[in-house]
Design a binder for this molecule. Structure first.
Ligand SMILES: [Zn+2]
Ligand SMILES: [Zn+2]
Length: 230
């Protein structure tokens, strides 16, 4: 069976099978509820000024790790496994880059739905948090919250006309639309999407890990499915 047909069948499952239709909401709920639990459990009275550089470390790590996961997902072409429908759905964004306009809080919640790895991460963090030094727990929680924020930053880079968001994009605190657009116009580049600061390193890794890129591989598998849909 061709990759194009495998992709079409995977998307058919994603859009019609009860598990794949609802797993995103379940995953988003797990992440957000466990993030709230961690915020409530964290020993904020232990906070010191040293937590500021730890927050910056979490910011850099969130940009890098989410960029690497994006790189792996964009280049994965196994559409027939149990996670195949989720892989296929991940590739939709390259064909329909603009999101449906929704309030920022709804986006912050809903876009967690594709982050299955973050749900597992949060279960482990909640289970181990009471054994960790407060500064470590803070850094790991900040990483999680910033990973969720990365999805919102990506949404803003495609959809937002808000002036505050624009100012944060100009300051390169959030993902600048021009910077991110390179990912959509070129091949195998600019995967990071919190603010994109780690893209030089992720680009270096991508060139070696996926020399074929996504334009002639996964994009070509999925493009027939979207003809006439964008
Ligand atoms: Zn991509
Ligand atoms: Zn995008």
């Amino acid at each position: 069976m061709s990759k194009q047909e495998q992709y079409r069948r995977a998307m058919d499952k994603y859009e019609h099978h009860v598990v794949y239709r609802n797993i995103g909401t379940v995953v988003a709920c797990v992440i957000v509820v466990l993030q709230a639990v961690c915020i409530a459990k964290l020993s904020w009275s232990s906070a010191t000024l040293a937590w500021i550089p730890l927050f910056i470390l979490a910011f850099v790590l969130a940009d890098f790790v989410n960029g690497i996961i994006h790189m792996v997902m964009d280049n994965t072409d196994d559409y027939t496994s149990i996670v195949g429908p989720l892989v296929a759905a991940f590739h939709r964004h390259h064909h329909i880059p603009r999101y449906r306009d929704r309030p920022a809080l709804v986006v912050f919640f809903a876009e967690n739905g594709m982050k299955n790895w973050l749900a597992v991460y949060m279960v482990v963090l909640v289970a181990t948090m009471s054994h960790l030094p407060a500064a470590v727990a803070f850094t790991l929680l900040a990483f999680s919250l910033l990973s969720s924020t990365a999805e919102l930053s990506h949404y803003f880079s495609h959809n937002s006309t808000n002036r505050l968001v624009h100012a944060l994009q100009q300051a390169r605190i959030l993902l600048h639309p021009d910077h991110h657009w390179v990912h959509h116009k070129a091949d195998n580049t600019h995967y990071s999407f919190l603010n994109g600061m780690t893209n030089p390193l992720v680009n270096f890794i991508a060139k070696r890990a996926y020399p074929r890129g996504y334009v002639t591989t996964t994009n070509a598998h999925s493009s027939p499915y979207y003809q006439g849909k964008s």
